[in-house]
Design a protein around this ligand. Structure first.
Ligand code: IPD
Length: 280
């Protein structure tokens, strides 16, 4: 017999696929108008807003007592409230800058938390047609096939995703750039195989989940960037922690993901960290 959570997953998946068609259509059209939010590097398009409306309306029609945390509703002033109620955490387009510049590294992210525990995650790139899904205790999948993290334990065998985090200059001040560059420098000096920056937190995380990347670290994120992908990464056997080495908290605005505990510990130990007020 189908459980309540089976139903949640089925409805969310259907809506994510419809949202994917919307994003794909917009991606194929000529460039349209872009607005900025908190800063010149914080972008939003009509598509981000329409996708969030499609997902939230569809889910609240099906599950009227569920709650929502969404990137664009938060930007429009809705308070982030994280309670024990089933709560959908939505990023309509993770990688909006990529979307605006027509770089095909974008995804729709839908995560569900129940009693504050993440239970399922869907990350869908409608341009490359890569659909990642996971439910707690049931494994992680890409287009229906099981995925697993790499077994890499050494920095010298790792490809790591990170970013300069240009938007952090607004919240952390101009010294942020020095911290960020010296964090990258330490990774290079440790002999990593490569550093990548894909412009979408969730894509970085599912790349660790499928074993293409070995680790990913970023500061200044939001819960909607990481919630869905965190479930996928854990279910693929990966480690998701706070960059300082503590427990992962999706509201803490930072994340470190790795294929193994050994790699996570080494990476965490070599970084200069940034602190944020938790959201929600
Ligand atoms: C952004 C992307 C980007 C990360 C930013 C996020 P958005 O999300 O995940 O990779 O560096 O911190 O805000 O705004 O495109 O949903």
């Amino acid at each position: 017999m189908a459980s309540e959570e089976d139903k949640y997953f089925e409805v969310a998946l259907g809506l994510v696929k419809s949202a994917g068609r919307m994003v794909r259509d917009a991606f194929d059209r000529p460039f349209s108008e872009v607005q900025t939010k908190a800063s010149n590097t914080d972008l939003v398009t009509e598509t981000d807003q329409n996708v969030e409306i499609l997902l939230t309306r569809g889910l609240s029609d099906a599950f009227p007592d569920h709650q929502f945390i969404g990137e664009e509703s938060a930007a429009a002033g809705k308070k982030i409230e994280f309670t024990d109620a089933p709560t959908w955490i939505i990023d309509p387009i993770d990688g909006t800058t990529n979307f605006v510049h027509r770089i095909p590294m974008i995804c729709i992210c839908v995560g569900l938390a129940v009693k504050k525990e993440l239970r399922m995650g869907i990350v869908y790139n409608p341009i490359t047609n890569e659909l990642y899904t996971a439910r707690t205790g049931q494994g992680a999948f890409k287009n229906g096939f099981r995925i697993y993290v790499s077994k890499t334990e050494e920095l010298s065998k790792s490809v790591i995703a990170s970013t300069l985090g240009i938007h952090n200059i607004v919240s952390q001040g101009p010294s942020w750039l020095d911290k960020s560059l010296s964090n990258a420098r330490r990774q290079v000096e440790a002999g990593v195989r490569g550093i990548r920056s894909f412009g979408s937190a969730a894509i970085n995380m599912v790349c660790v989940a499928q074993g293409s990347l070995d680790a990913y670290v970023e500061y200044g994120l939001h819960c909607w960037d990481v919630a869905a992908a965190a479930v996928i990464l854990k279910e693929a056997g990966g480690v998701v922690i706070d960059p300082t080495g503590g427990e992962f908290n999706m509201m803490s605005r930072k994340v470190l993901c790795a294929s193994t505990k050994e790699l996570a510990t080494q990476l965490s130990g070599m970084l200069t960290h940034a602190n944020y007020e938790p959201e929600g």
